[in-house]
Design a protein around this ligand. Structure first.
Ligand SMILES: O=c1ccn([C@@H]2O[C@H](COP(=O)(O)OP(=O)(O)O[C@H]3O[C@H](CO)[C@@H](O)[C@H](O)[C@H]3O)[C@@H](O)[C@H]2O)c(=O)[nH]1
Ligand SMILES: [Mn+2]
Length: 768
């Protein structure tokens, strides 16, 4: 039975999910245009002036010339490698061939990275035009905030995000905020109840003074007093903060508080994160005449949801939470646009919804657009971004290029979706939404009835034998549910937009230690590589569905993990050969040295230029280089191995949630940009061992040149010496952590000890 007009035939059992599907477009959709024409004519502007404009990035010709010259250099290197391979039986033949293969891999990957830099586009929106034409017709938006653990994602942080979402510059009656709490925590519920009360003061204040950002904590951190109202709001916020802090440190809500809301009864039997019934509480019911702010205006709806958890049912992490939210919201508000944010990503720009609407409501170019993704920015980065979490080049260049090929990635937080496309709708020529018909869902049942119905939608067995997690909603079984879901949306014929306005749309928290950063990247690399090896590999799955350029661009990320081998080879084998006096590169005096020098200098000069141009510092660039090296040597390696083990059935994938809190002294070191080790991890063993191997071989090389004055030998092994020297330079913070620091963030002595032994053994092997 075809229920969507979109060609997907749902199994009978899935028909009950219908509420979340947008109605098939109405035959009278032309009416929208008529209204537009009339209204816009009245305003005296051209009828079809678009709501957004797309521009190509500047300086592309220069970039293309650069890329061509690099390609020539790379070709020459390949010629050298192919013509100078040591003959059979000669020492180092296989090591040489290995190095050539590593270089071939880098070449392939370099080509892909050039493609994702080829043609970046940027968009500009015209929000005044949007409100001239459509102010009364703006569609409703359901906002999903996901949280999963009240300890590492403190409720106070979550409600700051929620308050910033409630305070969007958008008609409040068209906003509904849904908080999914996978921690099933009464503390979170309590904090949300506090937020619902505080919002009555906060929203009118934000709107009256047009303040930014609208997360109270972020706003008060930098704002100075305006007037008495300001001070009174600040006091209210501080009092609320104190109450929440006290309750959080107490670890439970008092009997007094319990009396304040019926919802607390859900926790009378205590709480267990992994085993509890579904909890749905509508904290602000938009139909309630009492639900007004202090100016008498209506408030956005606010709903708390903890989906049912049972040990015998896999909960599918964030994807599971999102799908439960899609269903629950379809029962309560069923708005056609869904915004999803992580619990730390507060809104930094109150106009972001309007920005996104410019794409969804544009008369000519909107119909294919399934989602609008904002980049993920962070507001806890230090000046030189020691763990390179800004991912500046990806956010500011690469995603824009993917956009020009048919759509940027869906990267989780900060993404506006059309509800129907998220639910599995296939693009057809009649998928344009008639916004006029998209009125708010009218419900008549009482709150209790709705809550009970929603509990069924959020129960464990609801999805059993349905298309949820497969063809509907976010896909299951992959640690990067966002990437795989975004890809399949595009393969259903849709496109997407990457929007990066000057005033950043969302700001979140990035990890503040090296290990957390590496573990986060490992989850991404693992998930991405899993997609590459699965049936969803864009080169296969996307064939004839998305442009080839987009298929290949996807591989830039999906092949992150596969980079580990070539990199591992490059930082260990040349140093090994330096110890063993095996030359792998041309002599410094040979002409063949030139292409190597050109490619090396060209690549890094370009990347420094690009980084600096995007607003980074030189030291930030240096940190960025270090972090890419570390990611490749650890996160990618572990991610790669885990995917292989998983495919053989040895392990299952998890989702290590990134902590959003740090210890006081860790935070101090982070702010001073001192690299944090302070824990044992095999990742650190790998990094330290490699760093020590390079020191040993460099020292050996220097001894050899100085003591034995072997200048000819130096010329032969010069490139390896330089490579080794650079690896040492980039590892300086690691040596400091191992040998020169005594604080809690230094390298645990057991790791230093084990790595030293391993490095010495490795070097002994080379010398013997
Ligand atoms: O079982 C879970 C696990 C996580 N989360 C939430 O998922 C979000 C992301 O988790 P986080 O630990 O912050 O991971 P990140 O790596 O920072 O998240 C990025 O990468 C994820 C995987 O690709 C995406 O889901 C996110 O949206 C994206 O911001 C957070 O709000 C969590 O509360 C859940 O709701 N349930
Ligand atoms: Mn996060």
């Amino acid at each position: 039975m075809d229920v969507t007009n979109s060609g997907i035939t749902w199994k009978k059992k899935t028909i009950r999910h219908l509420p979340c599907m947008t109605k098939p477009p109405n035959k009278t959709s032309k009416h929208t245009h008529t209204v537009t024409h009339r209204e816009s004519k009245k305003m005296g502007e051209p009828d079809d002036f678009p709501l957004f404009e797309t521009k190509l990035a500047k300086g592309r010709t220069l970039f293309k010339l650069y890329a061509a010259s690099m390609a020539m250099g790379i070709c020459l290197i390949c010629v050298y490698r192919a013509t100078h391979t040591p003959e059979k039986g000669k020492t180092g033949r296989y090591l040489w061939i290995g190095l050539f293969m590593a270089e071939l891999w880098f070449t392939l990957y370099w080509l892909i990275t050039q493609l994702v830099r080829w043609n970046p586009v940027t968009h500009q929106t015209f929000k005044e035009k949007l409100s001239h034409r459509y102010e009364n017709m703006l569609p409703g938006v359901d906002i999903f905030v996901c949280t999963a653990d009240p300890v590492i994602e403190p409720p106070l942080m979550v409600i700051n995000t929620v308050l910033s979402m409630m305070a969007y510059d958008y008609p409040s009656e068209k906003l509904n905020i849904y908080v999914s709490d996978d921690g099933g925590s009464v503390l979170m519920f309590y904090a949300l109840l506090e937020a619902s009360r505080f919002s009555k003061h906060w929203l009118p204040f934000c709107k009256r003074y047009k303040i930014e950002p609208r997360s109270p904590s972020a706003y008060f951190a930098h704002a100075s007093p305006i007037n008495n109202e300001w001070s009174s709001i600040k006091n209210k916020y501080e009092e609320m903060r104190k109450r929440i802090d006290d309750t959080t440190s107490l670890g439970k809500v008092t009997e007094e508080m319990r009396k304040e809301h019926k919802g607390f009864q859900e926790w009378v039997l205590g709480s267990n994160k992994n085993d509890h019934q579904a909890i749905i509480q509508i904290l602000i019911d938009q139909r309630d005449p009492e639900a007004r702010d202090t100016d008498g205006k209506s408030l956005p709806g606010l709903v708390y949801m903890a989906r049912e958890k049972r040990r015998e049912w896999h909960h599918n992490f964030k994807a599971g939470a999102m799908n439960a939210l899609i269903r629950v919201s379809s029962k309560i508000s069923n708005n056609p646009i869904i915004l999803n944010v992580d619990c730390d990503m507060y809104s930094n720009n109150s106009e972001s919804i309007r920005d996104a609407m410019c794409f969804f409501m544009d008369e000519k170019r909107s119909e294919k657009i399934a989602f609008v993704q904002f980049p993920q920015h962070h507001d806890n980065l230090t000046r030189n971004d020691i763990y390179s979490n800004a991912l500046m080049v990806i956010n500011d260049v690469e995603l824009g290029s993917l956009d020009s090929y048919g759509g940027c990635l869906y990267i989780g937080s900060g993404c506006f979706h059309r509800r129907d496309t998220l639910c599995g709708r296939i693009y057809t020529l009649d998928t344009k939404i008639n916004w006029e018909k998209q009125n708010h869902k009218e419900i008549t049942e009482s709150i209790d009835v709705i809550e009970n119905e929603c509990k069924i939608l959020a129960s464990c067995n609801y999805e059993y034998n349905t298309q949820w997690g497969k063809e509907m909603g976010l896909k299951y079984g992959c640690p990067v549910e966002d990437i795989i879901t975004g890809l399949s949306i595009k393969c259903r014929g849709w496109r997407s937009v990457h929007l990066n306005p000057k005033r950043k749309g969302f700001l979140g928290l990035s990890p503040t230690t090296l290990l957390q950063t590496l573990i986060q990247t490992k989850r991404w690399a693992e998930g991405d590589f899993q997609i590459f090896l699965s049936q969803y590999c864009p080169l296969v799955f996307g064939h004839n569905k998305i442009p080839l350029r987009l298929q290949i661009s996807y591989c830039c990320y999906l092949l992150w993990a596969a980079n580990c081998w070539a990199t591992l080879y490059y930082v260990s084998v040349p140093s090994y050969c330096l110890l063993a006096h095996i030359s792998l590169f041309p002599k410094l005096s040979s002409y063949w040295f030139l292409p190597f020098a050109y490619v090396f200098v060209g690549k890094y000069a370009y990347s420094l230029g690009e980084f600096y141009w995007l607003g980074g510092t030189v030291k930030g660039w240096w940190n960025d280089q270090r972090m890419w090296l570390y990611r490749r040597l650890t996160s990618y390696l572990f991610g790669f191995c885990d995917v292989i083990f998983k495919s053989m059935g040895f392990t299952t994938s998890g989702f290590v949630i990134t902590s959003k809190v740090s210890e006081e002294d860790t935070l101090q070191r982070y702010n001073k940009e001192i690299m944090e080790f302070g824990a044992t991890s095999p990742m650190f063993n790998i990094l330290s061992t490699l760093a020590l191997i390079n020191v040993l071989s460099f020292v050996n090389g220097v001894k050899w040149v100085v003591m034995d004055s072997d200048i000819n030998g130096f010329s032969e092994l010069g490139v390896q010496m330089v490579l080794c020297g650079l690896i040492i330079l980039i590892n300086i913070p690691l040596y400091e952590g191992m040998f020169f620091r005594k604080d809690n963030g230094s390298m645990p002595s057991s790791v230093t000890f084990q790595s030293t032994i391993l490095a010495v053994l490795f070097c002994a092997l080379a010398i013997i």
